[in-house]
Structures are given as C-alpha cells and as structure tokens.
Design a protein. Structure first.
Length: 552
C-alpha cells in the first residue's frame, strides 16, 4: 500500500523531473530522467513501495488510454487502420514468437512457456513512453499517428499472449485454436463494452442536464469515472479491459463533437485532464525507477537460476533482446511497407521501396514502458504444486533492463533518423481548415442578419453592434479565401503573413490590457472579484489567439 508520504514524494518528483528536462533543453528524454530520479528515491528515501500489478493497471491504465483514444483524430486512425492493426496484432505475435525462441536459445534452463511469457511482456510498445520520448523531437504527423494508434491497441494483444503463456506454464497445456478464439472473443467484447458504456453514460448525463441543468464539476467528474467504469466492467466479464478503455475514449470523442456540454465545461475539463495526464505520466516512470533497486537485489538469485554468475550475462541478455526487438520490428515494417507500395504501384512504373530511415525510426521508436514492467511483476509467485515460478526474478530483471535500454536507444537514434525526414501527405495544406472557417463565419453572418431582420425596432446601438460584428466576420472570410490579395494602393499582400501580424498585435493588446487590470487592482481602483473576472476573460482570449497563431 502506498502511503501519503510516498504520494507526496512522487508528486514532488514529477515537478522536479520536468524542471530538469527543461534545464537540459531536450538533450535527455523526460522518461529517462524520471526513471533515474525514481531510482534515487528508492535508494535514498527508504520508501520501499510495493507495486501491485493489478492495482497499477486499474489506477493508471484506464484514464491514460481513455484520454489517448479521446484525443487521437479518428480520421487519421481510419486512414492508417491497416498499418495500425498490422503493428498492434501481427507484429505482436511475430515478436512473441521470435523473441520467445531467442530467449530459449540464450537461456536454455528457462522453460519455453516462460520465454514466451517474457516475450509477450516485451511485445507491446508504450504510448506514454513514446509520446514523452518525442515531446522535443519534430516527428512527421503520419508516423506519430501510427505509433499512437499501435500503442493504443497492442497492449490488449500483448496481455492476452501473456495470459496464455502464463496459463501454459501453470497447467502445462496449450491450444492454438483456443488461444485464437480467446483473443477474438476478448477483443470484440472489450470494444463492445467500451462503446456501449460510453454511449449510456453520455445519454444519461445529457438527459439529467436537460432536466436539472448542467453543473461543470459534476460533468468533469463523470468524464473521469467513465474510463474506470468501462475498464472494470470489461475486466469483470473476462474481456479486454484495455480495448474497452480505448474504445470508450474514441466513442466519447465522436459524441462530444455534437456539442452536448457547455463551453465552460469543455474549457475546465481540458485543464483537469491535462493536469491528470501530466501527473500520471510522471508518476508511472518514477515508480518504474523506484522499483529498480528492489529488482537488482534479487539479481544474484536470478543469475544462479540459469547457471551464470556475472552481471555481464544479464547485460548480454538485455542487449540481445533489445536489438532483437528492433530488428524484428524493422523486418515487419519493411515487409508490410513493401507490400503496400507494391499494391499502390502503377503498371509500367518502377516500384518504390520503403524509406529505410522511416523504417529505422519506426523500429527504434517502439519503446517499452511501465506496462512491460507491470506485466512482468504480474507473473505468479508459485506454481500450483507450490514450487517457485520458474525464472520469475530473471524475467523481471530482463524486462526492466529492456525498458531502460529501449528508451536510451531511442533517445540517441531518433533525433538523427528523423532529422529532415519527409513523408508523403504528412501534413494537410490548410485548405480544409480555411474552408471550415469560412463556412462557420458565413453561418455567423447569417445568424446576425436574421437577428437584425427580426429586431428592426431595436435602438441604433443594437444595429451598430450587429454591423460591427458582421464586419469582423466578413473581414475574416476575405482574408481566408485567397493566399494573396491586393490593397487599395495596388500592393500585393500575403494573407498568411497578414494574419500572423494580426495575431501578434492582438496578443500585444491583450497583454497591455491585462497589465492595466493588474495595476488597477493593486491600487485598489477596482475590486478583487472584478479583477479576477476581467483577467479570466483576457486569459481565455490569449489562449484562443495562441492556438490560432500556431495554426497560422
């Protein structure tokens, strides 16, 4: 059980590690720093936290998977569906088979079923680790979406393989057809439960809000409870809880586009979820590092199990498995990419080969994370006859070592491989966004015209205000339509450059407005409540213009 002191230390560690990452200016990836600080906490504080895998899965996985499913663009996921499914399921099985046989070759005393169990633990990539690794690296959008989609779904296939390998170790029996049926059943039911639970929750809260009114805190709390509900229901029914949480997030993303919550709820909820993600991501890697000293204390016992008596053998195992994971991933991505290019090639034209730098980057970007360690720790302590589970400590040691090795390897190679890498159709040209903004502005103009037509007897102030707002929308449409325009003097104006200047000037004006509000509050010229309300308005305006300037 984690005590209050441990929770406070971990939360403080999250803040300190982010400061360290900022001070290093991205030269060392954040997960590596957090693992190192976590190991230091484990050595110096004496917290001795006991990480319970089941509790870890339930506490951390549902909200993070739900949020990733919620945020990932579904249209990008659909476009890359074949690639994502190939990596999330085909590559996992390929990895379990290849790494399992390699481990049995390297460590003959380790039973084959245990080798496959360790390979299953190592097969899924980690979406949290991958995202954190690439936070300061310019990654092509297409590649990033593929990695995110893969990591969302391969946890399910990897954990199912782990369950089957563990069962084979405990019972000594294995059935291929039963295994395939189990995987298909758990996956389909997990997706169905995640979708159904989210739809039910969404409709229930909308029905209650329509009769009792919407309260922002309760709406935020419901969004936090939704992934846990989908996860626990699927887990109790023996289905894939991971896919249930992911599907719940994807379905919620589609439902929320319908505008079923108030704008203030969306703004506040986003802040809460960003804080939660920031905290959980950091705590995961700190916990991983904190477990390392305890794992190393069992190293001597682990080494004697396979007949070797040196730490160098463990390093050899870790290096071999890490390289094997990257090599198997390289082969899979290259072959599937070549097949896709062959199908897309036109008769009479030279067939293109996959970009080796892209394939290499995809191979090293498949980092392992806390899910791998939690999976290794979830192995049973004893067999049904009361004897110790074979090579359990060695499995945990290798898993922990591969996690660190994959992170370090990616930290060293990804910046080099991704430098200057360009992919076909990597980013939209902005025409879709411009068309959408024009259409929404035209809808606003139509609403204003209708309001003026229905309120012809209103005072001049109403009509003047409506005309001023309409002029702003019309100006926006004029700016968005052409890439360049001509001013009154005949000079050519680059519209995108003009928009950038407008955004910077608006931000300048907002900051001056905020400084004036703060000055009046300090001199007691306005009340604190009025100052807070006006500051919130300027903060929201600045946030919207910051987002717009990034889009421009």
């Amino acid at each position: 059980m984690i005590k209050l002191e441990a929770i406070l230390v971990l939360l403080l560690g999250v803040v300190v590690t982010h400061w360290c990452a900022q001070a290093l200016r991205g030269r060392l990836a954040l997960p590596i720093i957090q693992i190192a600080i976590g190991a230091l906490i484990g050595l110096k504080t004496g917290l001795s936290l006991q990480l319970e895998p089941e509790l870890f899965f339930v506490l951390f996985l549902p909200p993070l998977l739900f949020l990733d499913g919620w945020r990932i663009p579904t249209e990008d996921l659909k476009k890359s569906a074949a690639t994502v499914l190939s990596l999330a399921f085909g590559l996992v099985f390929f990895t379990v088979l290849g790494v399992g046989l390699l481990l049995h070759l390297l460590i003959p005393p380790m039973p084959l079923s245990v080798c496959f169990a360790l390979a299953a633990v190592l097969s899924p990539t980690d979406v949290v680790a991958a995202g954190a690794m690439m936070a300061n690296i310019k990654v092509p959008q297409r590649m990033l979406r593929i990695l995110e989609g893969e990591a969302l779904f391969n946890d399910a296939s990897g954990l199912v393989c782990l369950k089957l390998a563990t069962s084979a170790t405990l019972t000594g029996a294995f059935s291929l057809w039963d295994s395939v049926g189990t995987l298909a059943w758990t996956a389909i039911c997990g997706v169905a439960i995640g979708a159904a639970s989210t739809v039910l929750v969404s409709r229930t809260k909308s029905w209650m809000a329509s009769r009792l009114g919407e309260e922002t805190p309760s709406q935020i709390l419901i969004s936090l409870l939704t992934p846990y509900g989908a996860y626990l229901i699927a887990d109790q029914l023996g289905c894939s809880a991971v896919l249930a949480a992911v599907t719940a997030g994807i379905v919620m993303s589609k439902l929320e586009i319908g505008g079923i919550v108030l704008p203030v709820t969306r703004v506040s909820r986003r802040s809460v979820w960003e804080t939660l993600q920031f905290t959980l991501n950091g705590v995961i890697f700190l916990l991983l590092g904190e477990q390392l000293p305890g794992i190393l204390t069992h190293l001597s016992a682990s080494m004697t199990e396979d007949g070797h008596r040196g730490v160098g053998w463990l390093g050899f195992y870790i290096a071999s498995v890490t390289l094997a994971l990257a090599a198997l991933r390289f082969v899979w991505v290259w072959v599937t990419g070549a097949i896709w290019l062959a199908r897309q090639s036109q008769p009479g034209k030279r067939r293109l080969d996959p970009n080796w730098r892209f394939v290499a980057a995809m191979s090293t970007a498949g980092v392992r994370g806390a899910i791998t360690l939690a999976g290794a720790l979830s192995l049973p302590l004893v067999l049904p006859d009361g004897s110790p589970f074979p090579a359990r400590d060695l499995v945990i040691s290798i898993a922990a070592g591969v996690i660190i090795a994959s992170l370090v390897f990616a930290n060293l190679t990804l910046p080099v491989l991704l430098r200057g890498l360009r992919l076909p159709a990597a980013a939209p040209d902005g025409r879709e966004e411009s068309a959408a903004r024009i259409q929404s502005a035209q809808a606003a103009l139509a609403a204003l015209a209708k309001a003026r037509g229905q309120n012809t007897k209103q005072p001049e102030g109403f009509l003047a205000a409506a005309a001023g707002i309409a002029e702003q929308y019309q100006r926006r449409i004029t700016q968005l339509r052409p890439e360049t325009t001509v001013d009154a003097d005949g000079a050519t104006i680059d519209i995108r450059e003009a928009l950038q200047h407008e955004q910077s000037l608006r931000l300048l004006a907002i900051k001056a407005e905020r400084a004036a509000i703060i000055g009046m509050a300090r001199q007691s010229q306005i009340s604190d409540s009025l100052a807070k309300r006006m500051l919130r308005e300027t903060d929201l305006a600045e946030t919207s213009y910051d987002a717009a300037s990034e889009a421009v």
